[in-house]
Design a protein around this ligand. Structure first.
Ligand SMILES: Nc1ncnc2c1ncn2[C@@H]1O[C@H](COP(=O)(O)OP(=O)(O)OP(=O)(O)O)[C@@H](O)[C@H]1O
Ligand SMILES: [Mg+2]
Length: 245
């Protein structure tokens, strides 16, 4: 039996009258790349925010490594969060900090999380090397291209060596070549660190390359699940719509 690392059961979330998630379920197995695809506005970011406790669910259960996150206090939630890398939609770097400071930031409070004799400087440099950007260490985010910002954000998400990585639209807003580079980087990271990843995207190419398994989020629920192969051959018009272009 494969180990379940993260599980969402019957997740509901509404804003006033607007029901965004209406009984969403997923299981992320150890070591896999699970892609959740859904139209813009379908609730993908809302789902991932509920998952990390940035937003309260209306109902449902969310378990990460057998811990029910809805029952955790702030302190326990903070500890759990250090085991999860989160690449935000956009890049969400701190504009007023250099690349070095952006990467060192998560280390400040969680230095003990990393079992190494390396200095902060060495950890930051290694993380930047992993994404091929060690030369940008003293630059400000505004001095980087969009693709470089995304790579720095990825380096920051990985700096505490998390076992679970959540990607919210890792390739959106990037040109096809840069997207490809980011997707390759995601693959390398999974192979190197044996991470389990939940990837939210509406980029079909990204899903094709990176996914071991996919879920389509339609009408607030997990409409269909399967491999890219299986889903892309589906005759269901709602499913076909995703793979048309
Ligand atoms: N804080 C909020 N208050 C009210 N409504 C919200 C809030 N956050 C999200 N929504 C609504 O929830 C719905 C889903 O938003 P969400 O950001 O999850 O979409 P998405 O699937 O991530 O879309 P995209 O692909 O464009 O990123 C939208 O209709 C949005 O307006
Ligand atoms: Mg979103």
């Amino acid at each position: 039996m494969r180990e379940v690392i993260l599980e969402i059961k019957d997740l509901k979330k509404s804003f006033g009258e607007h029901q965004v998630l209406n009984g969403f379920n997923l299981k992320l197995y150890k070591g896999e790349n699970l892609v959740v695809m859904g139209k813009s506005g379908s609730g993908k970011s809302v789902m991932i925010k509920c998952l990390v406790g940035l937003m309260a669910a209306s109902s449902g259960s969310i378990k990460i490594k057998d811990l029910d996150i809805t029952s955790l206090g702030q302190k326990e939630l903070d500890v759990l969060r250090t085991e999860i890398g989160f690449l935000f939609q956009g890049s969400a770097l701190y504009d007023s900090m250099t690349v070095r400071e952006n990467l060192a930031f998560p280390l400040r409070r969680n230095r003990d999380k990393i079992n190494t004799s390396q200095t902060t400087e060495e950890i930051v440099l290694e993380a930047l090397k992993n994404v091929g950007l060690e030369h940008t260490i003293d630059l400000m985010p505004s001095e980087l291209s969009g693709g470089m910002q995304r790579r720095v954000a990825l380096a920051r998400a990985l700096i505490l060596k998390p076992k679970i990585i959540l990607y919210d639209e890792p390739t959106t807003g990037l040109d096809p070549i840069t997207s490809k580079e980011i997707i390759q980087l995601m693959g390398t990271i999974q192979e190197t660190y044996k991470t389990s990843s939940l990837i939210i995207t509406h980029d079909v190419d990204c899903a094709r390359v990176i996914s071991n398994r996919m879920i389509l989020l339609i009408d607030g629920t997990n409409y269909i699940e399967g491999t890219f192969e299986e889903l892309s051959k589906s005759g269901d018009p709602k499913v076909k719509a995703f793979f048309k272009n």
